[in-house]
Design a protein around this ligand. Structure first.
Ligand SMILES: [Zn+2]
Length: 447
């Protein structure tokens, strides 16, 4: 048995298992709290009615976090308090890049907050380069011998972060943990994992960073906050990174439980492109008859005439084929195709778009984040459809204006009427741009 597997973790074993009892360092922790009508899981905090959670002979289990291994009254946790047995090798930070003055400012604020173990939010616009802004703070924490984790609700974000972090901290042990890739666990100073995996840790981290926190479904936010809290040491610091904080986080800010830093400018120093709203009432009906309004065609054509390629988002996969047919009638010479989440050629199509082989792509929400095409315009047909959350709409709008050669772009949402999510997305972008203008004038007065 490797004792360091238990450092800052809660590992599940059978209640009657005594094989490890001769290790005095191992603590035994309870797994389930049994109440009169409900049971509460001490790993995921979920409450379940006894009738649902019942096992034979008066035993209970938690159905909620079962994919991490079944927590039940037949089990117990072994745990060893985190001892921080690390000897950081210098230089801790091997990243050679540089930050712009406004990125530098945010990075300093983050570093200072991490040093004081604050609970903080970095509200950075899409395309701000937020990963690099964590580096200084992480490096200082690792030098102090702290255990640090970066968690994201999205597996693909973790997969993308891992090689970048391993390169930036080449002398440090980095481990990647998520459900789809069963690499064995090992004790490491820097962990990258899905937020779900945090439930396996207990008072482990001195600093925890949650990236793309808005990608977590809104209703599940309290579960995320719980997972975060119990994975952190009692006095641990937490940094939430997002371009679109949801209601739960904003409430924590209003209650002064979270401090907030803004990064309202993109890495090239410009504001976000603003969203223009246009009315399109019966677009789906028309598209099904292979027609599309002249206003929409004109707008799309304007992009192409100006030499800009674009993404056209539609709400549902079922909208893709009719939209493609309708557009083929109007765009006979142009090269374009459709793409969606389960499209087997998705990667190829995205690469071909990047290589300039397509004039535009018609896409479902799959390209909402993580994919960057230089200098494109962005259009959304049916932006008021409930499939688009306000954070998804901000992310979609943020696909435009990402290159220094063209830091702006056309962003047009076609809607059938007033809609809360669209309104919130427009308001969030306006707020960030107000702050961005202010920051720009502050920085220029310093020069
Ligand atoms: Zn549970």
């Amino acid at each position: 048995m490797n004792l360091n597997d238990y450092y800052g973790r809660r590992l599940l074993v059978g209640r009657d298992d005594t094989s490890r009892d001769h290790f005095p360092a191992l603590q035994v922790l309870p797994t389930i709290e049994v109440g009169p009508a409900m049971i509460r899981c001490l790993r995921c905090n979920h409450q379940t009615p006894k009738t649902v959670a019942a096992l034979p002979r008066g035993e209970y289990y938690c159905p909620h976090c079962i994919n991490l291994g079944r927590v039940s009254t037949l089990t117990k946790f072994y745990h060893v308090p985190e001892p921080n047995q690390f000897s950081p090798v210098k230089p801790v930070l091997t990243w050679q890049g540089t930050l712009s003055p406004f990125q530098q400012r945010a990075a300093e604020a983050v570093k200072e907050g991490m040093k004081r173990h604050c609970h903080q939010l970095l509200w950075a616009v899409t395309g701000a380069g937020k990963t690099e802004m964590m580096f200084a703070g992480i490096a200082a924490a690792l030098e102090r011998g702290e255990r640090v984790a970066i968690a994201s609700p999205r597996v693909d974000v973790c997969g993308e972060l891992y090689p970048r972090l391993q390169a930036a901290f080449a002398n440090c042990q980095v481990v990647l943990l998520h459900g789809h890739q069963p690499t064995p666990y090992r004790y490491a100073q820097l962990t990258i994992c899905t937020t779900h995996q945090l439930l396996r840790f207990y008072r482990a981290f001195d600093n925890l960073i949650i990236d793309e926190v808005d990608a977590f479904p809104y209703a599940a936010n309290p579960a995320l906050l719980f997972a975060t809290r119990q994975a952190l040491k009692k006095d641990g610091g937490c940094l939430y990174l997002t371009a679109t904080p949801g209601e739960t986080l904003l409430r924590e800010v209003r209650r002064h439980r979270l401090t907030v830093n803004y990064l309202p400018l993109r890495y090239h120093g410009e504001l976000l492109p603003t969203i223009k709203l246009r009315l399109a009432i019966n677009w789906r009906k028309q598209v099904k008859r292979q027609r599309i309004s002249q206003g929409i065609i004109r707008q799309l054509r304007t992009s192409l005439l100006q030499g800009h390629r674009f993404l056209l988002f539609v709400p549902h996969v079922a909208d893709l084929a009719p939209a493609e047919k309708a557009l083929r009638k109007n765009f006979t010479a142009e090269k374009f195709t459709t793409v969606h989440a389960t499209d087997p050629d998705r990667m190829t199509k995205v690469q071909q778009m990047r290589d300039g082989q397509y004039d535009f792509l018609i896409t479902s929400t799959i390209l909402e984040r993580g994919v960057t095409f230089a200098g494109i315009d962005v259009y959304v047909l049916g932006a008021d459809d409930e499939v688009f959350s306000s954070s998804a709409l901000v992310q979609i709008a943020g696909r435009a204006g990402r290159s220094p050669q063209r830091p702006t772009g056309n962003v047009v949402f076609w809607i059938a009427g007033n809609c809360r999510n669209v309104r919130q997305a427009v308001a969030q972008i306006r707020l960030m741009n107000r702050k961005g203008r202010k920051l720009k004038s502050e920085l220029s007065s310093l020069q």
